[in-house]
Structures are given as C-alpha cells and as structure tokens.
Design a protein around this ligand. Structure first.
Ligand code: ZN
Length: 379
C-alpha cells in the first residue's frame, strides 16, 4: 500500500464496516499504516458506556511541540437508497464512494498521506500525533474523552490540534471551524390535578401553565449573536399530553426543547434562566436539564492563520472561520490545546451514496502537508 496516496488507505478503511460501536478492523488498518511510518501506537479500549470501544493514540517523536490530528474511524449506519456499495470503496468518475468517505475516513487518510510525504523530506522538529476514536458518532463517552484522560495521566501534552471533520459545506476551502455552539436539552413536566372537564374549578389544569412557560421561554431571542457566533436558538422539540379523553383534565403535561448556544451563555447560565422562568409561572414543575456540550472558541491565532494560509495556497479560497453546525469532539480537545477543524466536503455525509472527490483528497493532503511544514517542519 502506498501511504502517500490517500485514496488507497481511505479505501482500506471504508472496507471495514465500522458502524459505531463496531471497529471491524479499521483501527488495525490505521495502526499498521502508522507503524510503517514509524509511529508508536497505543490502543486504548474503554467500555464504560456499554460495548468496548477501540481508540488509538499514535505518536512519532518525543520532542515538543506535539502537533496532533484528531478524528474518528466509526461511521453512521448505512440507511437506504444507495446506488453504490457502501463498504466497497469504489472510485467512480473521480469520486470515492462509501460510508465514511467524507465523515471521516477520507480525512484521516489525507492526513496520513500528508505525513508520509512530509517524512519523505525529513524528520519533524517536534512530534506528530494522531488521536483517533471509534466512538464519535455514538454516545462519545468511551472515545476522545478517555484518550485525553489517558494522555493526562501520562503527563503527555498536545500543543495544537486539527480535527479532520468534513467542515466544507460545498467546496474544499470554503470553511473551517474555530469553535462550536453548545447544546442543552431540557424536559419539563408540569403537574396538576386531574378532574372532570365540566368542573374545571375542582381540577388544576397543567396545560395553560406549560403553555405560559413555553411562551415566556420563546418570546425573546436569546441574543443577537456576536463577531464569531450566530444567534443562539431555542427549538421546541415536543409538547405532550397524550390525553385521549374529551372530558378529562389531565394530571400532567410535558414538553422538551433544545438550545444551541453561543459563548454569550453557558450551560449553567441557561439552566438558571430556565428554572427562574419556570418559577415565575409557579406550580409544581419538574425540570430536567442535560448539557451535552459547552460552546467554545479558539481565538484566531497562529493555528487558524497557518491553516487558513495553507487552504488558500492550495485551493485559492479564503476559508470562512465558522462556529456553525453540530457538536464535535473538538469540544473535549479544546480543554487541552488550541483546536481548529478542517477536512473534506461534507455535503453527502450521513446520506446515501456518501462520497468525496478524489481531487479534493489530493488537495486536502497538500493542505495538511503545508500545515505540518508550518507546525513541525525543519526551520
Ligand atoms: Zn464525523
């Protein structure tokens, strides 16, 4: 296998049907390739969330800075509607097809190919490492977090990190991510007293109070956004009473909502606001809040500048520095070092006939090579 060609390794990875939590040999394929390039590979298994998950930390060199690439080998289920083989890795009309081609086995292969090309010129001034998890598309409790804990226990540090998620919506060079919004889920249960609808004074109807709480939560925008973030949003996801009777006032009414928030808020400040709003309406209400990620921003600086320059040098585009979209494992890595995200075009990710352009894989490999030159290249 020629490691400087990203398509070959991407095909080998796609041929492992590694639907979370299955690994299906993907981590061994990657470790074997990295071993050939001289990396020391550590397999870190974790099973706190259920089935055992395979993770990999590979490092070349012992010196600082330790420049890291992070990603995942697990993929989402195939779903329906494919006209190509999801685990064959076929190249058709200049496009590589398969589940994970974009998200994100293709990106991993591009980074490995960039390392192979880099090492053909000399050794790194510092270290190159890869932090690869098999639990990104799943619950993400036995993946990147566990590897970061393992690194911290060994007092091993990362200097800067690129996450190779497919950040470009339509064309390569369009967008990199320098932060992400946070996400909070809330469930409300409003309790009342059941009764006959002909005698409402003898009951306590929870529905008007639930509606009043939801009205107050949604009547004002959470903010207007700022220089790096779009406005925070609150989306009602469900309102449930489930009452089939026409003459009964129900005892309970429930609702749920999801808040995607920028760095003008924290999970804690929003939880406080929700609980205060509920208290103003009053009555017996159960509030359950789950914060699945805080917002974060890597201030534009040498890492984002270096990456943006590499993108422009190879593609001619000036990438937008964005914080849009869902969460990613960068939300964990940001606690350890500056982190930015840049990878392939994500247009087909999680869809049928997922694919990437082979020309984009070649360009991304060159972009990563530029970044390696800037971060750990011989001075
Ligand atoms: Zn992904």
């Amino acid at each position: 296998m020629s490691l400087s060609d990203p398509v070959v390794l991407a095909q080998a990875l796609i041929r492992c049907p590694s639907i979370t939590p299955e690994d299906a040999g993907a981590m061994d394929v990657l470790a074997e390739a990295l071993g050939r390039l001289g990396f020391t590979c550590h397999h870190i298994a974790s099973a706190t969330g259920g089935p055992s998950i395979r993770n990999l930390y590979a490092r070349l060199g012992r010196e600082e800075p330790n420049f890291c690439f992070a990603g995942h080998t697990d993929v989402v289920p195939v779903g329906k509607g494919w006209t190509t083989e999801p685990f064959a890795g076929d190249v058709i009309d200049g496009k590589l097809f398969g589940r994970g081609a974009a998200d994100m086995k293709g990106g991993i292969a591009c980074f490995v190919a960039a390392v192979a090309r880099f090492l053909a010129k000399g050794s790194p001034k510092g270290s190159i490492s890869l932090l690869i998890t098999g639990d990104e598309e799943g619950p993400a409790v036995d993946g990147t977090v566990k590897v970061l804990d393992w690194l911290a226990a060994r007092a091993e540090t990362l200097s800067a990190c690129i996450v190779g998620e497919p950040t470009n919506p339509r064309f390569l060079g369009e967008m990199m991510k320098i932060g992400r919004r946070g996400s909070l889920n809330c469930r409300l249960t409003v309790f009342g007293t059941q009764g006959h609808s002909a005698y409402p004074h003898l009951a306590d109807n929870p529905i008007p109070r639930l509606l009043e709480i939801l009205r107050r939560l949604t009547e004002q925008p959470l903010d207007e956004g700022n220089a790096h973030f779009q406005a925070s949003t609150l989306a009602l996801t469900t309102v449930d009473v489930g009452n089939l009777a026409t003459n009964v006032i129900p005892a309970e009414a429930r609702a749920g909502f999801n808040i995607r928030f920028n760095d003008l808020h924290s999970g804690a400040s929003l939880e406080r606001w929700v609980r205060d709003t509920v208290a103003l309406v009053g009555g017996d209400v159960e509030v359950t809040v789950e914060i699945s990620g805080e917002s974060f921003l890597t201030q534009p600086g040498s890492l984002s500048d270096g990456l943006a320059q590499a993108v422009t040098a190879v593609t001619g585009h000036i990438p937008e520095l964005s914080t849009t979209g869902g969460t990613s494992d960068a939300r964990f890595i940001k606690n350890y070092c500056p982190v930015v995200e840049f990878g392939l075009v994500g247009q087909s990710m999680h869809k049928s006939d997922e694919h990437v352009r082979v020309a984009d894989m070649e360009a991304l490999t060159e972009i990563y090579l530029h970044v390696l030159d800037a971060m750990v290249g011989p001075s």
